[in-house]
Design a binder for this molecule. Structure first.
Ligand code: GLC
Length: 474
């Protein structure tokens, strides 16, 4: 169960995972089915959905009618849940916490009931993030008096801990659920979907081993670290994968010139094409940086302007030569703040604040360095995609970034650069290290090739999920 999944609906990284993992599990012969809300954006696509069933679920003192339809996509059965609390005109995530809370509580309960309506008894219910966490809680609460789910185990995926599902308090009661009275769960968290899911799931899976450890600390634990430490024995981390076919510099049609690890000279054509595309001076000597990031606080976007200004103020000989192309949308203030850099550095900075998948591919295929200054990063896909394209990552040393980027050294293992603090100075120091390394073209080429040789495939991740499912069933 997920709030979003590609190719039907994608807002962020959860959509990538919920779209790719089920297919990869199917390739391992798992009978997996995907359940999504019938969001307005899905409805608009005019998909050939087949009606499956209709049923009522109790809500307050009345009933709500649930309508389920489905399609088969690459062999995977996908169900879409529709009903009065999933308004056709609402975005996947809105600013209205209460409406979102109601929508996803309804979806969670309805999706759970769907299995019963179908008579399809799952071994594993795999929920993701706060949106579907109540399904885990509801299943566990009813397990004693509902034999249907007696043998079903629950796994909850943690893609982004701080989003707990505020605004759900009255919904528990409305859907006939009791708040948790468990002494280990802090009082404030006893009516929030994600904590309730974390309390009752048989296993908790963070999207990287590093994040699985970090959520046990006060810095990353969102106030739940003490509680999560009591559950440490059921918490683990599995790195997400990327779709190697979709992200392939040998076939990517958005690139001026396709290339592989053996033909990296061809990459220069893409570098020039990128500079020309955004109207930067076409210059082969500069270190060309790129960013493909949601413009928000989590992603550390606000650290970038100050780091670049500091960088330009440093009197070094020779002064570092750099350019940067920044692509992303999100917080209006952060967008505006970042955009101002263009005026300050007209021949070095371009900021593109629109959704532009083609340009993102040109950045991966043409930039030398990709900057990922996240404050926290449960997994992160950007660094994996970048490495596959020979675009060297400079990331903050946190979560999945730390797990996937091997920091530059001279031992011949490294695949990128890490910096420690979520502070402009630390980011700038990282950039300077990278610029210096970039001057050694042979070492740089090897760095690119090691990145390109990493295995970030879904097959590897899916095999780990399957092993985890088997462990939990045993
Ligand atoms: C969230 C996290 C990101 C992760 C993605 C998929 O978007 O912020 O780090 O890669 O979920 O798990």
């Amino acid at each position: 169960m997920a709030a979003e999944a590609e190719p039907f609906v994608k807002v962020g990284g959860l959509g990538d995972v919920a779209g790719s993992l089920p297919l990869a599990l199917r390739r391992l012969s798992v009978d997996v089915r995907l359940v999504l809300p019938l969001h307005g954006v899905i409805r608009e696509q005019g998909l050939a959905l087949q009606p499956v069933c209709e049923f009522d679920i109790p809500y307050k003192k009345k009933n709500l009618l649930v309508k389920v339809s489905s399609l088969t996509w690459e062999g995977l059965v996908v169900y879409f849940v529709d009903g009065p609390l999933i308004p056709p005109d609402a975005p996947v995530y809105s600013r209205d916490h209460l409406a979102d809370a109601a929508k996803y509580a309804f979806f969670s309960i309805a999706a759970l009931r769907l299995a019963q309506e179908l008579g399809w008894q799952p071994d594993i219910l795999h929920a993701n993030d706060w949106h579907t966490a109540l399904a885990v809680y509801a299943m566990k609460q009813n397990q004693a008096n509902d034999p249907f789910f007696t043998n079903t185990c629950a796994v909850i995926g943690v893609h982004n801990l701080p989003y707990l599902g505020n605004g759900s308090k009255s919904l528990l009661n409305a859907f006939g659920l009791r708040p948790a009275a468990h002494p280990l769960l802090p009082k404030w968290a006893r009516t929030l979907p994600l904590p309730l899911g974390l309390l009752t799931a048989d296993r908790i899976v963070a999207v990287s081993p590093g994040y699985a450890r970090e959520i046990l600390t006060p810095q990353y634990g969102s106030g739940l670290d003490e509680f999560l430490r009591t559950r440490a024995d059921v918490i683990s981390g599995i790195l997400n994968g990327i779709d190697l076919e979709n992200w392939d510099p040998e076939t990517d049609p958005c690139l001026k010139k396709q290339y592989s690890a053996r033909s990296l000279d061809d990459r220069n054509a893409n570098r020039e094409a990128l500079q020309a595309e955004v109207n930067l001076p076409v210059d082969s000597k500069v270190t060309l940086m790129g960013m493909v990031n949601r413009m928000d606080y989590q992603k550390g976007m606000d650290l970038v302007p100050e780091a670049l200004i500091d960088l330009s103020r440093r009197s070094r000989k020779p002064p570092p030569e750099w350019q940067i192309v920044i692509l992303g949308t999100g917080d209006a203030e952060i967008e505006a703040h970042t955009k101002r850099l263009e005026t300050r550095f007209p021949s070095r900075v371009r900021v593109v604040t629109r959704f532009d998948p083609g340009l993102s591919r040109m950045i991966f295929g043409g930039a030398d360095l990709i900057i990922i200054p996240s404050r926290y990063e449960p997994c992160g896909l950007t660094q994996m995609i970048a490495m596959r394209y020979g675009c060297v990552p400079l990331g903050r040393s946190t979560g999945g970034l730390k797990d996937t980027i091997i920091d530059y050294d001279t031992t011949g293992e490294s695949t990128g650069f890490l910096f420690e603090e979520a502070a402009p100075q630390s980011l700038m120091d990282g950039m300077i290290r990278a610029f210096k390394a970039h001057r050694d073209r042979k070492a740089w080429r090897e760095l690119q090739q090691r990145g390109m040789a990493q295995d970030f495939s879904w097959n590897r991740s899916a095999a780990q999920y399957l092993k985890l499912y088997q462990e939990v069933l045993n």
